[in-house]
Design a binder for this molecule. Structure first.
Ligand code: NAD
Length: 485
């Protein structure tokens, strides 16, 4: 594959940055792209372009504006194979996963928010007035303005468009920065924006890092009206500090330490397959992945052995091989972090049921960031490996006796993103799901998403909810209009 050059997209034009950085393929260590890092002046120019574009974009008819979103979705699909190759090159994720999830969701996000923008109703109340007449109140929603979008590397196109699409649909203009680890599909999206004739400055793309780079230049910019961010909780805290002086709104989708609760009455095979998928999907690099599994004691040993068999069945292959079910981690740097938790788990007293290290292939994959799917048991609940997000193909499995105990264990975390309950007792399923202190609780499934539903977490997992009409709360500002009749 030839080395690509990835540029910034500012005011409708591609621009070089102040310097370049290298992007390596995590499956084999090869250089795949040179990325132009935007300097402060370029972020300023991007914000200015977005500001100039805002009035016309906000005033455009909903039909005309959302037609552009449908065109962006069609444009992604037209270049499906380019997006697929770029996403896999950046992340090393298996082709089957990227083909089914990442790229289709990139297009689906634009369609879903276009549809929501077209069918919005308005909150209104008739109010009795003191003189015996009536007043009509309605909440008129205006775009927030110029929105800063900062996204992570684990589901690059999916999470980037998950923010860009609602921002544009509700009449905002955007300055967006993808992760420095996965810059390719966002750049392709800028090409598509140009191809479909999106008005200049409505969507601007800047490449770079966080501190003292494009990320920080966006979050500290005086003329940004709000920041929507997906990434680590610690980064969310830094961004919150950065935007505080301007009292700007933020929407944060952050880390997780998600639990699965498996009751003895669960459909055993379904629970084993579902839990294994929720631990190892995308090499454990989904914010919604399960890292803590609690299993009712009578089925504990059998369950651990069954999930171990699932882990050992995973095919750690080349990303473009359709037989591959687990690719490498996203980078060698991230593998170092995950390996440090594998060493720590042993120090903290874990029994390593399977995995725990780096696989050996005897081919170019040895230059990649591959890691073994890993299961631990026997850790105390106070262990750092139980408390901190690892973000790799790793889980700890522990037994419980009662429903109350299971709920307490699952909720004993500073995070609050997701949980999954496995039981054939549906009354219990509802009860336990509602008791989870999380933004998303599944019963007998995982990762099923309807884009109209609220998405996000509490505690260290974030601030606010996006998805469907819930996205209105961040991307628009209501003005209540009261008309005396
Ligand atoms: P990260 O926080 O390291 O980086 C995310 C983005 O923030 C990148 O674009 C990065 O350049 C930028 N950034 C870093 N420091 C910054 C700063 N000081 N100012 C402005 N921008 C800054 O996260 P990551 O490692 O890319 O992604 C993995 C994390 O994301 C995990 O914690 C995962 O749980 C979380 N995540 C959460 C969700 C969710 O919806 N809750 C979804 C996916 C990933």
């Amino acid at each position: 594959m030839s080395t690509k050059t990835l540029r910034n997209f500012i005011g409708g034009r591609f621009e070089d940055g102040i310097r370049t950085f290298d992007k390596l393929n995590p499956a084999n260590g090869e250089l795949i792209a040179r990325v132009h890092e935007a300097g402060r002046d370029q972020v300023d120019a991007a914000v200015a372009a977005a500001r100039r574009a805002l009035p016309a974009w906000a005033a455009m008819s909903v039909k005309q504006r959302t037609d552009y979103l449908y065109a962006l979705a069609d444009g992604i699909e037209r270049r499906f194979d380019d997006f697929l190759e770029a996403e896999i090159g950046d992340t090393g994720k298996p082709v089957g996963w990227a083909r089914q999830i990442d790229i289709p969701r990139g297009a689906a996000n634009f369609r879903a928010f276009a549809e929501i923008a077209r069918t919005l109703d308005m909150e209104s109340y008739m109010t009795d007035t003191p003189d015996g007449r009536q007043a009509l109140n309605y909440a008129y929603r205006k775009p927030l303005g110029v929105v800063g979008v900062i996204s992570p590397w684990n589901l690059p196109l999916l999470l980037f468009t998950w923010k860009v699409a609602p921002a544009l649909a509700f009449g905002n203009t955007v300055v967006a920065k993808p992760s420095e680890v996965t810059p390719s599909t966002a750049t392709l999206l800028a090409e598509v924006a140009m191809e479909v004739g999106l008005p200049e400055g409505v969507f601007n793309l800047v490449h770079g890092f966080g501190p003292n780079s494009a990320g920080e230049f966006i979050t500290t910019h005086e003329d940004i009206d709000g920041v929507t961010f997906t990434g680590e909780s610690a980064t969310g805290a830094a961004i919150m500090k950065a935007v505080a002086p301007g009292v700007k709104p933020v929407s944060f989708e952050l880390g997780g330490k998600n639990a699965a609760l498996v009751f003895e009455d669960a459909d055993f095979d379904q629970a084993v397959a579902g839990v294994a998928n929720s631990v190892f999907a995308n090499c454990g690099q989904v914010c919604l992945c399960t890292e803590r599994v609690y299993v009712q004691r009578p089925i504990f040993d059998r369950f651990v052995q069954a999930v171990k068999r699932e882990a050992e069945k995973l095919v750690l292959g080349r990303p473009m091989d359709p037989a591959t079910t687990m690719g490498p981690l996203v980078s060698h740097e991230h593998r170092e972090k995950v390996l440090s938790y594998m060493r720590l788990a042993v120090e903290e007293g874990a029994t390593v049921v399977t995995g725990g290290g780096v696989p050996q292939f005897g081919d170019e994959r040895d230059n990649g960031a591959y890691i073994q799917p890993t299961i631990w048991t026997g850790l105390p609940e106070t262990a750092r490996c139980i408390k901190e997000e690892v973000f790799g193909p790793v889980c700890h499995i522990a037994p419980f006796d009662t429903e109350e105990e299971a709920i307490a264990l699952a909720n004993d975390t500073k995070y609050g993103l997701a949980a999954a309950v496995w039981t054939t007792n549906l009354v219990r399923g509802h009860r336990v799901a509602q008791a989870m202190q999380v933004g998303l609780a599944w019963v007998n499934c995982w990762f099923l998403r309807d884009l109209r539903t609220p998405f996000g977490g509490s505690g260290l997992s974030g601030i606010g909810r996006e998805g469907g009409r819930h996205s209105l709360h961040f991307y628009t500002e209501p003005t209540n209009v009261c008309v005396k009749l």
